[in-house]
Every structure is written in structure tokens, then in C-alpha cells.
Design a protein around this ligand. Structure first.
Ligand SMILES: *[C@@H]1O[C@H](CO)[C@@H](O)[C@H](O)[C@H]1NC(C)=O
Ligand SMILES: *[C@@H]1O[C@H](CO)[C@@H](O)[C@H](O)[C@H]1NC(C)=O
Length: 225
């Protein structure tokens, strides 16, 4: 393999890797929920579970029996969080090694106090497909009298990392606002417009550099093969 080809493959690999997305899933902030409960993710993307109030777990389930574990799946164990104003300072992170439909639930259960988070609908789905969906699983969970935990010790299939809350970066929505503001001549000269335009052009720059990176990767792939 020529040195040039090695360099081009490295560039292509870098830009493919840069496309991996970290999906934040908020656990128990708005009652017994995972938010979002249903999302699409690609190979290599990460799921980042942020634990809020109470004492929740994340257990990968199976599609045959609601609220019962996939013994080889991911499992966070229980993460109590007493400060109601913020998430736990440790997050549970899982890297997706395939894009098969996956389901998970909270296994918190106390029969004496009628606590059963999975039965109450605290379930979530990744890459739902066919009848393996959030809606179907949530319905099946309603009939479950006692949820299960994997027999292996937690954590498995993922790891705990310190919570890193980054400032909101230029997103498609701020780019959209910027675009909207500059398209509207009536706001020209106002403070609001100046601020928004700044955010808009920032988002534009990010878009351009990602685009350039992707183009470089595609170009390198085209040359390499
Ligand atoms: C969290 O819940 C688990 C499972 O019910 C329990 O074993 C554990 O003691 C709880 N932890 C706290 C701090 O309440
Ligand atoms: C989902 O569909 C498959 C066949 O496509 C079937 O075997 C399975 O029983 C269905 N599951 C549910 C919960 O309906």
C-alpha cells in the first residue's frame, strides 16, 4: 500500500469517526420516563444515560419477555440521586456495536410499596423496527408483575464516566433562527437581530467545516478505491 493511500485512508477514517453521535438520554427527570424514549442511532454512536431523581437503573431487555433482561446486554445497576436539582455526576455510557432494535427499562421494584418502574412505562427503545417498538413494548410491560435484573454484576456492556455538561453549541435551531432573522428586514439594526445573526453565522461556520471534512473524507475514499 502506498504512503499516499495510507494518508488518504486515515483522513477518510477520521471523518467517518467524527460523525459518531452521543445521544443523551435523561433518566427520571420528568417522572418515570427515559427522554427521549425512542431514538435512531448509528453504529459507533454512544448512548449517555443521565440519572435524575430517585433511584433508577438501565437494563437492556429482550423482545420476547417484557421487563426481563438480555443477559448479555448493557446494565448500569442502580444509581440513586438525592439532589433533585441536577443529574448524578456519573453518567452511564454505551457504545452501539450494531443497529439492531434494542429495548431497555428501569428495573426498580418494591412489591410492598407497589413500586414497579418498568410496568409504569419506564422503558426505552433504540432503532425500533416492525413490532419491536416503544409503543408495543410499553403496552406489554403493563402486565409485568416483577421485573428482572441480569445475573452478572453491574456495570456491564457500558461504563460510568463523569458528567460533562457542555454549553449549548451552534445547533441547527440557532442556525435556523439566524437565517430567519437575517431574512427579515424589519428587524435590521435591533440588538436582538445582531445577537441572533452572530449565532447564525457561527452555526454556518460549523456547518462549513463539517461539510469540508465530509468532503475530504469522500474525496479520499474516491481516490483510494
Ligand atoms: C436503590 O434501589 C435498589 C433496588 O431496589 C436498592 O437495592 C438500593 O438499596 C437502593 N439504594 C438507595 C440508596 O436507596
Ligand atoms: C412480532 O412479529 C414477529 C414476526 O414478524 C412475531 O413472531 C412476534 O410474535 C411478534 N411479536 C409481538 C409481540 O407481536
Amino acid at each position: 500500500m502506498s504512503p499516499l493511500r495510507n494518508v488518504l485512508l486515515a483522513v477518510a477514517g477520521f471523518s467517518l469517526q467524527a460523525a459518531a453521535v452521543n445521544h443523551v438520554i435523561v433518566v427520571g427527570k420528568d417522572g418515570l420516563t427515559f427522554n427521549p424514549p425512542d431514538l435512531k442511532a448509528n453504529l459507533g454512536d454512544t448512548l449517555e444515560f443521565r440519572f435524575w431523581a430517585k433511584n433508577h437503573s438501565v437494563v437492556q431487555g429482550n423482545w420476547q419477555e417484557a421487563c426481563q433482561p438480555n443477559q448479555n446486554g448493557f446494565f448500569s445497576g442502580f444509581v440513586p440521586q438525592t439532589d433533585l436539582t441536577k443529574p448524578n455526576d456519573q453518567v452511564f455510557k454505551v457504545t452501539l456495536e450494531d443497529t439492531d432494535p434494542k429495548v431497555y427499562y428501569c428495573s426498580q421494584f418494591n412489591a410492598a410499596n407497589s413500586v414497579n418502574h418498568c410496568k409504569a412505562g419506564m422503558v426505552g427503545v433504540i432503532n425500533g423496527l416492525g413490532n419491536r417498538t416503544f409503543e408495543v413494548y410499553k403496552e406489554l410491560a403493563k402486565d409485568v408483575t416483577s421485573p428482572g435484573n441480569p445475573s452478572a454484576a453491574a456495570p456491564q456492556g457500558g461504563s460510568f464516566e463523569p458528567l460533562q455538561v457542555t454549553a449549548p453549541t451552534a445547533s441547527s435551531s440557532s442556525g435556523g433562527n439566524g437565517g430567519g432573522a437575517s431574512a427579515s428586514p424589519t428587524q435590521t439594526g435591533s440588538n436582538t437581530q445582531q445577537t441572533t445573526t452572530g449565532a447564525g453565522s457561527g452555526a454556518g461556520n460549523v456547518g462549513v467545516s463539517f461539510g469540508a471534512l465530509a468532503a475530504a473524507g469522500a474525496f479520499a475514499l474516491a481516490l483510494a478505491f
